[in-house]
Design a protein around this ligand. Structure first.
Ligand code: G1P
Length: 323
C-alpha cells in the first residue's frame, strides 16, 4: 500500500440553496471571495501541501468549475493584445495550478456518498478531502501538519477546531483523548451535528480530512444517517470504533484563521477579513471600514427589503412595459 498522500478530493456537488438565487445557474464554489472563486483557495491549499492530483466530485451545472481551471484562449488573446500581463498571469495561474480530474456524483446522497465516488480514482492509498465551504488562511499551517500526523501514525486524521457550544450543532463533533503531542488527539467517538446537550465536546470537525482507503469499505456499508444522507462522520465513527483494521482516527486541532463561506453572513465576513489583509486592498479598505463602523447606528434608518415575495406587478403588465 502506498503510504505517501498525493491525491486530494474536493466534493463540489452541493446545490448551494443557501445562496439562491445567486447559485441558480452557477455552482456555489464559484462565488467570488474577493477576486477568486472560493474553490480556487481550496485547490491552492491542496497544491501548497504537495497534493497536485485533485479530483472534484461535481454535480449538474458545474461546467463553470471545469472552465475556470481550463484555458480560455479568447480571454488570453485579448489580454496579450492589451499587454495586460498582470491579469494574464492571474488567468493562466488557475489553469496550470493542479492536475484536475472530475467525477459526477449523480444522486446527491450526502458527503459520504460524494467521497465514495472517489474510490476508483484514489485506489488503495490514503488521500485528502477538502470541503470548499471552509477556507483555511494560507498563512496558517493545517494540511501539512495533518499529512505529517497521518504519515507518522498511519491513521485517518481529521481537522478539529474548538467552537462555542451554541454552534456545535452545525458540525460533526468529536470525543477526544490526549496523545501527549500538542494539538494532536485520538478520537474515541464522533457524532454528526449533535444537539448542544448531546455533544461529546466542543471540538468540531472542520472540512479537512486525510482518510485511509478503508474508509471506502466502511462507506459502502454506511446506512443513511442524519438528514437521510450517507454521512462521512458516521463512517469515521465506525473507523474510530475499529482501530484494529482501520488504524483508528486522530484529530489535529487547528487554532488558526478559518473562514466559513457556506453561509451568507459568514461569507460576507470572510470577504471583509481577507480583503482587509490584502496589500492591494487593505490600505484603503481598513480606514473605510473603521469610518463605516463608527457611523453605524444600532438600527439602520432604512431597511432594504430582502426580496419581494411576489412580483410587484402582475407579470403580464411588467412584460408589456418592457416590450
Ligand atoms: C460537513 C460535515 C460536518 C463538518 C462540516 C465542516 O457538514 O458533515 O461533519 O463538521 O462539513 O464544515 P456541512 O457543513 O456540509 O453540512
Amino acid at each position: 500500500m502506498v503510504n505517501h498522500v498525493t491525491k486530494a478530493v474536493i466534493p463540489a456537488a452541493g446545490l448551494g440553496t443557501r445562496f439562491l438565487p445567486a447559485t441558480k445557474a452557477m455552482p456555489k464554489e464559484m462565488l467570488p471571495v474577493v477576486d477568486k472563486p472560493a474553490i480556487q483557495y481550496v485547490v491552492e491549499e491542496a497544491v501548497d501541501a504537495g497534493l497536485h492530483d485533485v479530483l472534484m466530485v461535481t454535480g449538474r451545472n458545474k461546467n463553470a468549475l471545469e472552465n475556470h481551471f481550463d484555458r480560455n484562449a479568447e480571454l488570453e488573446e485579448t489580454l496579450i493584445k492589451k499587454g495586460d500581463t498582470d491579469r494574464l498571469e492571474k488567468v493562466n495561474y488557475s489553469t496550470a495550478l493542479a492536475d484536475l480530474h472530475y467525477v459526477r456524483q449523480g444522486d446527491p446522497k450526502g458527503l459520504g456518498h460524494a467521497v465514495l465516488r472517489a474510490k476508483m480514482h484514489v485506489g488503495r492509498e490514503p488521500f485528502a478531502v477538502l470541503l470548499g465551504d471552509d477556507i483555511i488562511d494560507a498563512r496558517d499551517e493545517l494540511l501539512s501538519k495533518m499529512l505529517d500526523v497521518q504519515n507518522r501514525y498511519n491513521t485517518t486524521v481529521v481537522a478539529l477546531m474548538e467552537v462555542p457550544p451554541e454552534s456545535i450543532h452545525l458540525y460533526g463533533a468529536a470525543a477526544v483523548e490526549e496523545t501527549g503531542e500538542e494539538d494532536v488527539v485520538r478520537i474515541t467517538g464522533l457524532v454528526e451535528k449533535p444537539k448542544r446537550e448531546d455533544a461529546p465536546s466542543n471540538y468540531a470537525i472542520i472540512g479537512r480530512y486525510i482518510l485511509r482507503p478503508e474508509v471506502f469499505d466502511v462507506l459502502e456499508r454506511t446506512e443513511p444517517g442524519r438528514g437521510g444522507e450517507i454521512q462521512l462522520t458516521d463512517a469515521l465513527e465506525s473507523m474510530a470504533q475499529a482501530p484494529d483494521w482501520t488504524g483508528g482516527v486522530y484529530g489535529v486541532v487547528f487554532r488558526g484563521r478559518r473562514y466559513d463561506t457556506g453561509d451568507r453572513l459568514d461569507y460576507i465576513k470572510a470577504i471583509v477579513q481577507l480583503a482587509a489583509d490584502r496589500e492591494d486592498l487593505g490600505p484603503e479598505l481598513r480606514p473605510w471600514l473603521r469610518e463605516f463602523a463608527d457611523g453605524l447606528a444600532d438600527e439602520p434608518e432604512e431597511i432594504v427589503e430582502e426580496m419581494p415575495a411576489e412580483p410587484a406587478e402582475p407579470l403580464e403588465s411588467v412584460a408589456d412595459t418592457t416590450r
